[in-house]
Design a binder for this molecule. Structure first.
Ligand SMILES: [Zn+2]
Length: 330
């Protein structure tokens, strides 16, 4: 944790300012181990392995953190996919462009392993804070610790440890995995300063009836309950069918016979998926099967979220025929 992050943090319980009570391990740039205290209510929050923690730490096992750190190493050393990730992120954030980030204080709701937080930092956000509830923060920290404007926090979206200090907040593919997507969205928006902006990307209810009907029961009853290493192996089977279909059917038909492609099942999305390699496709399939909670949001519901936060100039767009992107002024 970089010390300047303190300016953006607030006690998630009382909203008071936080100060660094002490740092027992400091590497010259980052507080690796330490304790933060709330000036108002005196509650303490730990910094563990470089990340300030505002969720129950007993759930995080040491070995998991280690594995994640190893992955973090890989991600910092194999960056050939970066161009694709940035294109993908900009697709979800439309109409936002990389220049939009420049000089802004940015919050990412649900940073996972930190891929997008890192991009925002590369796009010259003044500061970018990525938070996540889960173990992803371990790798997110490893991935972004060398960037002077990137910060990672472990926090609950319903109880955010931040001041209303952000120029822009974004959340892609996360809100629909929380127990109450609309409340999560409102909570995120509450940290954006007046005149700032917010972007959100969520699964659509429209066109996803087949997932709700066929995939959801499998996910809820089985795949979200088995161990992740086992699911990792098992999910290779459906991922392989999708991989072969996208590479041998969707991509060729879309480039050779566009009018015919329209008739293919779920064409826009599967054709888009075909632009990714095996590892990424396997990852996407795994993600769809691992989540214990997933909501599919209709356009009407999504529009209501934006009304609820009284956003102006809201632009809602339909993405890959299966999801909604929104951008608005808070
Ligand atoms: Zn407090």
């Amino acid at each position: 944790m970089k010390e300047k992050l303190l300016d953006l943090l607030a006690c998630p319980t009382c909203g008071g300012d936080l100060l660094l009570a002490y740092a027992s391990k400091y590497d010259g740039k980052e507080i690796i181990e330490g304790v933060l205290t709330c000036k108002k209510c005196g509650r303490e929050y730990k910094v563990v392995r470089g990340v300030p923690r505002f969720v129950d730490l007993t759930k995080i096992e040491e070995d998991k953190a280690e594995t994640a750190e190893n992955f973090g190493w890989q991600w910092t050393h194999f960056t050939q996919e970066d161009a694709k990730y940035s294109e993908q992120l900009l697709g979800w954030l439309q109409p936002v462009k990389p220049e939009f980030f420049s000089g802004k204080i940015v919050l990412e709701g649900g940073c996972g392993k930190g891929r997008h937080t890192k991009l925002a930092a590369e796009w010259e956000a003044k500061e970018v804070v990525g938070f996540d509830f889960g173990d992803g923060v371990e790798s997110a920290f490893a991935l972004s610790r060398n960037m002077p404007n990137a910060h990672i926090v472990q926090a609950d979206i319903f109880k955010l440890p931040f001041k209303k200090a952000f120029d822009y907040a974004f959340s892609v593919g996360v809100l629909h995995h929380t127990p109450d997507p609309k409340r999560a969205f409102i909570s995120l928006a509450s940290k954006v300063k007046k005149g700032g902006n917010i972007s959100a990307w969520v699964y659509g209810a429209e066109n996803n009836e087949w997932i709700t009907r066929y995939v959801n029961p499998v996910r809820e009853g089985f795949t979200s309950k088995i161990s992740q290493p086992m699911l990792y192996q098992l999910s290779k089977l459906p991922a392989l069918s999708i991989f072969l279909a996208t590479k041998l059917l969707y991509r060729p038909v879309n480039s050779a016979a566009k009018p015919l492609a329209k008739h293919l099942f779920y064409n826009d999305y599967l054709n888009h998926l075909g632009s990714f390699g095996w590892r990424e496709q396997h990852n996407i399939v795994f993600d769809h099967l691992v989540a214990p909670t997933a909501f599919y949001i209709s356009k009407k519901e999504f529009e209501n979220w934006w009304k609820e936060i009284a956003a102006d100039d809201v632009e809602i767009s339909w993405h890959n025929q299966n999801s909604w992107c929104g951008f608005g002024n808070v």
